[in-house]
Design a protein around this ligand. Sequence first.
Ligand SMILES: [Zn+2]
Length: 346
Amino acid sequence: MKTSSISPVHPAFMKRRAFLGAAAAGIGAAGLWPDVQLFASEVKDFIVGPPVKDIAPVQLSKHVWMIFAPDGFPTPENRGMMSNVSFVVTSAGVVVLDSGSSLQIGEMALRMIQRVTPLPVVAVFNSHFHGDHWLGNHAFAKAYGPSLPIYALAKTKEMIQGYEGNTWRTLMERWTNQSTVGTQLVPPNQLVENGQSFQFGDVNLKMHHYGKAHTDSDLCVEVVQDKVTAVGDIAMANRIANMDDGSYPGSFQTFKTLVANAGAQLWLPGHGQPGTDLLHTYGTFLAGIWEPCLQAVKEEKTEAQAKQMVLQDPRVAARAKTMQGFDGNIGKYTSLAYLEAEKEAF
Ligand SMILES: [Zn+2]
């Protein structure tokens, strides 16, 4: 892990772009290109994108705080701040639940934590392998050392260490016009399982995982004393979830099992505001996509007809105007539901 080699200063990252432009202009000089490339990659190793502006944390319960991301998607303006970072202040230190989309967001979260408590961060949990939930690990490993425990399900760790990890890091740089440059991959270093419990001072954390929902490795963390459960991306408040790695029936099953095991909770999502009715509300929306698709497949209707049925479903239509990402994604996620319905029906 190279976390200690990163400079804490934030040189204007325009310098890098100017440099790379000059380097690109020099490509014509025969034999120079490999050297230039090598140098450019070294430059990138110490160029760090600009800081992210502070977002004051909101206290949700006795121990749980949330740094709320108003936007659901990454842009150059929000510098990747598209998912909530939450933390639990225990008598034994601070536990971070999802670390954000970049080194810079993790560092902002750390500043916000320090407003609330002088206690150190003692652990990080990553809900799943999508980069907006763990790329910020770098900030915490940089501040507290590589032995800081970062917990996740085994599949999450495997995906971050594999192709997904670097892909997310690169995509986040592209989506934010390089604002997140300098972020290094810091994969989880501790594994958890469904049913496991952790004691951090006066707080118990209970792990929940019930198969494929948003991905095949979604970890929900129940803060037992507070009746608050961080659910990652299995449900969202006002944003349509990426279902590329997920399952509609798997999501419904997970909601049911989670409610049966955790009971009434304040459900804290990775995107949008927490709510006691979040699983119900989001489940209703997802059912408005899934059930018409299943019906269409059973009646041998085409995918285009299924899409019409979905858009006309009142559970979907009611959300269409206000939900972040709806127009851009509803077609794609209906296709995914239709494909999954075909598998389920035959
Ligand atoms: Zn996700």
